[in-house]
Design a protein around this ligand. Structure first.
Ligand SMILES: O=C(CO)COP(=O)(O)O
Ligand SMILES: O=C[C@H](O)COP(=O)(O)O
Ligand SMILES: [Zn+2]
Ligand SMILES: [Zn+2]
Length: 334
């Protein structure tokens, strides 16, 4: 049993309270490998931003949960070496799907866990979330629950349509479970194909596709029911078209990849939305940079020569999100 406090990590409680008050959102970036983690920490330190490091089930299968935990512990020391004496780093389980998984993360030093019972019948979601909260709170680990279902593939379940969160359920859910934050469904979804082209209009200036707006009325309804309660948005990559074009230019094939416009995320970040999840954009930045090196320097075979540029591109992306979209920069004294 390791407690996250001994690893220099923090939970989300104060972080979220400050973010809601300050009208910004904390970036929750997924990581699966060293280069992503380095880029996240470098970006957070350079912008003086708190940050949430997210580990998904896929990441655990790919990189091993224990190794990722030690990497996150190393991230705290790395941030200090980079000049931030008091970094605020959360190690969070993304889309936990069982009590046992959440418990094992709490026991190995995660400071925050998500229990995603959103695909279960309401009462089962309540019971499972409550059980995780009761365990996690014993160790001061914060818990994210979820109500409403995102369209697309989520937690190995595929939903064709969004089921928006019902504002009339949120007070009951939060009261019964005791969760610390709530992920909601308002039209975002996971991955790089969030909208079909036929759902979009065309911007006459750029010729690019503009997706339908998020259901801000649902978010407003939730905030009215739960004033000041921390809300989380999953599936919030914006799928920068520069990266899609770069990938396609250098031999990739991404057709009609469309994300959430950054203006909508900016608007959400100013509200009670205090955690915004971004994974796909980092994958796109990494892939674009690697493809460029492969295309331009076909004789290169030292991984550092393409993973290095990929790391730089991801860092640029993370800094952009922090400074220009979420507004979480300059929140640490360091
Ligand atoms: O929600 C996410 C992780 O939980 C990531 O969403 P994206 O696929 O939009 O990056
Ligand atoms: O929720 C989805 C995250 O982007 C994690 O994705 P993953 O399961 O492929 O690691
Ligand atoms: Zn879910
Ligand atoms: Zn998610």
């Amino acid at each position: 049993m390791v407690n996250y406090k001994d690893l220099g990590l923090v939970n989300t409680r104060e972080m979220f309270a400050k973010a809601i008050k300050g009208g910004y959102a904390i970036p929750a970036f997924n990581f699966n490998n060293m280069e992503q983690l380095q880029a996240i920490v470098q970006a957070a330190v350079e912008t003086k931003s708190p940050v949430i490091l997210q580990v998904s089930k896929g990441a655990r299968n790919y990189a091993n949960q224990t190794l990722l935990r030690y990497m996150a512990e190393g991230a705290v020391e790395f941030a200090k070496e980079l000049g931030c004496a008091h970094p605020e780093i959360v190690l969070h389980l993304d889309h936990g799907d069982s009590f046992e998984l959440c418990k094992s993360c709490v026991d190995m030093g995660f400071s925050s866990v998500m229990i995603d019972g959103s695909h279960l019948p309401y009462d089962e979601n309540v019971a499972l979330t409550k059980k995780v909260v009761e365990y996690a709170h014993k160790y001061d680990v914060t818990v994210e629950g979820e109500l409403g279902v995102l369209a697309g593939v989520e937690d190995e379940v595929c939903a064709e349509h969004h089921t928006y969160t019902k504002p009339e359920e949120v007070v009951d859910f939060v009261t019964k479970t005791g969760c610390d934050s709530l992920a909601i469904s308002i039209g975002t979804s996971h991955g790089a194909y969030k909208f079909k082209p036929e759902q979009c209009t065309v911007d006459p200036k750029t010729g690019r596709l503009v997706p339908p707006p998020l259901a801000f009325d649902v978010l407003d309804g939730v905030m009215k029911e739960l004033p000041g309660f921390p809300i989380v948005l999953h599936g919030s990559s914006s799928v920068p078209q520069e990266y899609v074009e770069m990938i396609n230019q250098y031999g990739g094939k991404l057709d009609a990849a469309i994300g959430i416009p950054e203006d909508e995320l900016r608007k959400a970040a100013k509200s009670a939305v205090c955690k915004i999840n971004i994974d796909s954009d980092s994958r796109l930045a990494m892939t674009a940079a690697i493809r460029k090196v492969f295309a331009e320097k076909p004789a290169e075979f030292d991984p550092r020569k393409y993973l290095g540029p990929a790391r730089d591109e991801m860092k640029k992306l993370y800094m952009h999100k922090i400074i220009n979209v979420l507004g979480s920069n300059d929140k640490l004294s360091c």
